[in-house]
Design a protein around this ligand. Structure first.
Ligand code: KG4
Ligand code: ZN
Length: 356
């Protein structure tokens, strides 16, 4: 079966073809994975401008899907089912993918499934690695989300904790912005941090012990908070700027700052993920989402994995940041469960994964 995935939740127009096959070890084969990034358009504005994003999706969607088909050596009649991101994300952006997918499914008379963007990130781990030992703890770290899930059974996600304020990727983006390093902040801080001393500045970590007022049923132990760290970086930068009498900090100080900030983010993410893994006695840990492209997070996760003997699974870089292959993969789970989208499917900007 060939599944066409479509993803337009933020600033990447993406389409991909995933093939299902009768191979237990690797049931999903990635046939093509096309991403048209809008980063150059939004960079001038220091972040994603929703209206510009949806207009660019309209321009790109047809070409991106055609390309995904041709890269997979497939044509429209070969498509057996379609999967599209329903939410969460920017509603104008989501609508482009949802409208396109509904029209194509109707024209082809093929089934359509509606995918939650985070389910896509989670399933990128299965798409990359085939089966992973269960139960597993999955850490999803992206620009909009930082969450821990317990997966006992493939395709079923139980939320253990999430950020109370900023997502990890958002913290990267905001810190880069205040240093004048442009958008998106993750890749540039990752690169600069390599030349810095990660012990130069001792930024505080946040450990939450009280339950979230918005979700009192969870005990809060596995929640995250990154806004305090962001404020500490801001305060440090302002102090140094005042001390030096100039806005522009020297390159070595920026490198030290990037390394110290990154140390704290990575340490917090992995502390929480490994603590959850131990508490729930799981057999593996998966890490997905745009921030899982981070070089230090990848290296530290593998180092801790070696020490704790819990295997860690991370998708390749192309499947870490937003893409449509992960949407096709999560879509296959829904197709298998017979959970097709209704013909009046609509985009949902703040879709919750528990209703997935
Ligand atoms: O998953 P994603 O592509 O989109 C969302 O669903 O949000 O994640 C984008 C986020 C951005 O905040 C970006 O700065 C961050 O992932 N990111 C990184 C790296 N590459 C992308 N953060 C840290 N290090 C990286 N190498
Ligand atoms: Zn994402």
């Amino acid at each position: 079966m060939l599944v066409l995935g479509i993803e337009t939740s933020c600033d990447e127009t993406a389409a991909a073809i995933v093939e299902t096959r009768p191979d237990y070890r690797k049931p999903w084969l990635l046939r093509s994975n096309v991403v048209a990034s809008q980063v150059d358009i939004h960079r001038d504005w220091g972040g994603v401008v929703p209206e510009l994003a949806s207009r660019q999706h309209v321009r790109d969607i047809c070409g991106v899907v055609e390309r995904a088909l041709s890269d997979a050596n497939a044509a429209w009649p070969d498509v057996d089912a379609l999967a599209v991101t329903q939410g969460p994300g920017l509603v104008g952006s989501l609508l482009v993918g949802v409208s396109f997918a509904k029209s194509a499914a109707w024209a082809l008379q093929k089934p359509l499934v509606a995918v939650h963007h985070l389910a896509g990130h989670i399933e990128s781990i299965w798409l990359e690695h085939g089966h992973i030992p269960l139960p597993a703890i999955i850490l999803v770290v992206s620009g909009g989300h930082t969450s821990l899930y317990l997966v006992k059974q493939e395709g079923h996600y139980v939320l253990l904790g999430r950020t109370r304020d900023d997502a990890a990727g958002e913290a990267y983006d905001k810190v880069a912005k205040l240093l004048g390093l442009g958008y998106p902040g993750g890749p540039v801080l990752d690169r600069l941090a390599r030349d810095g001393n990660d012990a130069a500045i001792n930024f505080p970590g946040t450990r939450l012990t009280s339950p979230d007022r918005n979700a009192p049923a969870r005990d809060g132990r596995f929640d995250f908070s990154f806004s305090g760290l962001k404020t500490s970086v801001l305060r440090h930068v302002r102090q140094r700027q005042a001390g030096l009498g100039t806005e522009q900090l020297p390159a070595n100080e920026i490198a030290d700052l990037a390394a110290s900030f990154q140390f704290r983010v990575v340490d917090t993410l992995l502390d929480r993920a490994f603590a959850a893994a131990q508490w729930h006695g799981v057999k593996s840990i998966g890490i997905a989402g745009g921030v899982s492209a981070n070089s230090r997070l990848r290296a530290e996760a593998l180092a801790r994995s070696g020490r704790s003997e819990i295997p860690v699974f991370i998708p390749s870089l192309a499947l870490s940041t937003d893409n449509a292959a992960m949407i096709a993969a999560a879509g296959i789970r829904l197709l298998d469960a017979g959970r097709l989208a209704p013909p009046d499917l609509n985009a949902a900007a703040s879709l919750s994964l528990s209703h997935h």
